[in-house]
Design a protein around this ligand. Structure first.
Ligand code: T46
Length: 139
């Protein structure tokens, strides 16, 4: 599966919280062109159900608990985001589903490109077809 769990550097102080940070092209292997975050989500809500063709992303959850399910069209894996020091680096097209285990958990994304609706695949069958075509073109 084409993703990496990455540690986000975090500096904790004894009694006044923690500060986490990452730097483009140093801690993550792409230039960041966009940052977005998802808030005000109720408990047990589901989002996602799409893949990106070219977008590279770092997903992280600075507050709360969100279950991310990634699929490469053959198998799927679940990754729990419940720690501000953990990120999921996605460099290849993967189908993703996100489930909010706790209301108001925050999902943040650092992305390699500007918003482009044409980069989304929102149909799972179309995603598996896209992967087949991509594999054939890469041969
Ligand atoms: C992703 C997961 C983790 C914009 O207008 N600009 C933007 O930069 C983004 C990201 C979204 N939008 C619009 C498109 C939709 O009308 O915001 C609306 C909600 O987007 P969507 O339904 O795609 O949201 P999620 O939570 O399913 O997916 C989002 C990101 O879109 C996606 O890139 O990987 O978070």
């Amino acid at each position: 599966m084409q993703y990496t769990i990455t540690d986000i550097r975090t500096i904790a102080t004894n009694d006044s919280g923690s500060l986490s940070f990452f730097e483009a092209e140093r801690d993550i292997p792409f230039e960041i062109k966009r940052v977005y975050y998802i808030t005000n989500v109720p408990e047990n809500a589901d989002r996602g159900a799409h893949a990106h063709k070219a977008l590279k992303q770092l997903l992280f959850c600075p507050y709360g608990e969100i279950m991310i399910t990634l699929s490469d069209g053959v198998s799927s894996e679940k990754i729990l985001l419940n720690n501000p020091s953990r990120g999921i680096l996605i460099m290849e097209p993967l189908w993703r589903d996100m489930h909010w285990n706790i209301a108001n958990s925050v999902l943040c994304v650092a992305a390699s490109d500007y918003y482009n609706p044409d980069d989304y695949i929102r149909d799972y069958g179309a995603f598996t077809e896209y992967l087949k075509k991509r594999a054939n073109e890469e041969i």
